[in-house]
Write a protein that binds this ligand. Structure first.
Ligand SMILES: Nc1nc2c(ncn2[C@@H]2O[C@H](COP(=O)(O)OP(=O)(O)OP(=O)(O)O)[C@@H](O)[C@H]2O)c(=O)[nH]1
Ligand SMILES: [Mg+2]
Length: 377
């Protein structure tokens, strides 16, 4: 086959002009590595499959710091990997990125399913991009370890935001354990900060422990509620309300507007009796309509005010420090737990100990003692 012809895709019509030629640089004699020219092993008609070069630690670091989105996504995939080899590289990358992290406002968004968290993020994120911010959106979904994937994708309400060049949306990692998801989400957040995103919005998906996880990684925690889901405060536990720095009653539009205003007053009243989530800050209730775009500016002003007040008082710095320390010990616990349950001695002893507990011939405390002794051997 003559060389000219081989530069044309196979599907080019017979006798078509140069418009169908691929632009290929002329080759040089010898290999690009300075070695003797070698004949390709495959037949000249089969196209060589381009192999993606494996990125080095510095490739990742430079790519992320330079705001390269492809490398940013690859760096996050690396951080999310469960392979030991990847984890080691990931930690080296993170170490180099660490000095460039911490400069964002971290906002967690939680609330009952269907309250409009994703719609709110779409509205808020788009508004922030218009103001010149760079916004990273993450989802934390511990249940994705069961479904092996993220449920953000099919539920996404972020069509406009996903087209924004200053926004980056990343679905929840599937972690295997809550600890795994937490680690990955926290590290992903740091990578995004190093890439220059100055606002991180984290959506909790599913109910349960994700609220606590997200609270432990953000500065400001927003609880999104709706009216009309029963007057029992929608099963929202007092505990969750005590984690919130603001309550946003969403879907305050149409016929629902008056009810939403009434609910706001009710929640404000209730908040008087609760422990504030953040020292020196009063949690209040607000209304919004994420679809109409009402109340979005207002809630952002609240978040900015919070950021200013807590930065000046030092509460923010203190919160971040204790979050990092808590994180370290949470990881220690996770490691110990994994080692304990994977320990062969423990594994051998467990059926016997469990049988004894069921039979009532061994107390729980004794069982712990026996198992830990087996673990230490
Ligand atoms: N009327 C009205 N509907 C809204 C508003 N915000 C969201 N919705 C609707 O409520 C539904 C759920 O919205 P989502 O943004 O997916 O809610 P979510 O809290 O992210 O839901 P999950 O992630 O499944 O927990 C969608 O049909 C939205 O269009 C609002 O302000 N007003
Ligand atoms: Mg959602």
């Amino acid at each position: 086959m003559d060389e000219k012809k081989s530069l044309r895709p196979e599907w080019a019509p017979e006798g078509a002009g140069n418009a169908f030629a691929s632009r290929v640089m002329g080759g040089v004699e010898g290999g690009h590595d300075g070695m003797e020219k070698r004949e390709p092993k495959s037949s000249p008609s089969s196209r060589p499959v381009p192999r993606r070069r494996r990125l080095t630690v510095d490739d990742y670091v430079e790519g992320v710091l330079g705001g390269n989105r492809t490398i940013l996504a690859q760096a996050i995939t690396l951080v999310e990997s469960n392979s030991t080899a990847h984890m080691e590289i990931a930690q080296e990358v993170l170490k180099k990125l660490l000095p460039h992290t911490g400069k964002s406002i971290r906002v967690g968004i939680t609330g009952v399913p269907g309250a409009g968290k994703s719609t709110l993020i779409e509205a808020l994120g788009t508004m922030l991009c218009e103001k010149g911010h760079r916004v990273a959106v993450l989802a934390v979904d511990p249940s994705s370890s069961v479904t092996r994937g993220s449920i953000l994708g099919d539920k996404t309400r972020m069509e406009t935001l996903s087209r924004e060049k200053n926004a980056f949306i990343r679905p929840s990692p599937s972690g295997g354990t809550l600890g795994g998801v937490t680690r990955k989400s926290r590290e992903t957040m740091l990578v995004c900060e190093a890439a220059g995103f100055d606002i991180i919005l984290v959506e909790t998906v599913g109910v349960g422990q994700s609220e606590i996880t997200v609270r432990s990684m953000v500065d400001f925690f927003l609880l999104v509620l709706i009216t009309g889901a029963g007057d029992d405060l929608q099963g929202i536990k007092k505990g969750i309300m005590e984690l919130a720095d603001a309550i946003l009653i969403n879907k305050a539009d149409g016929d629902n507007k008056m009810k939403a205003n009434a609910a706001r007053a009710e929640y404000n009243n209730l908040l008087h009796y609760l422990q504030p989530a953040t020292e020196g800050w009063t949690t209040k209730a607000y209304t919004a309509s994420a679809v109409m775009g009402d109340g979005i500016e207002e809630i952002w002003r609240v978040i900015e005010e919070f950021h200013k007040v807590t930065t000046e008082s030092g509460v923010m710095a203190h919160r971040r420090q204790s979050q990092t320390l808590d994180w370290v010990y949470a990881m220690v616990e996770e490691h110990l737990r994994t080692r304990f349950f994977n320990d062969p001695n423990v594994g051998k002893l467990r059926p016997l100990v469990e049988q004894n507990i069921i039979n009532g011939t061994m107390s729980a405390t004794q069982a712990v003692h026996e198992l830990l002794r087996a673990f230490k051997e």
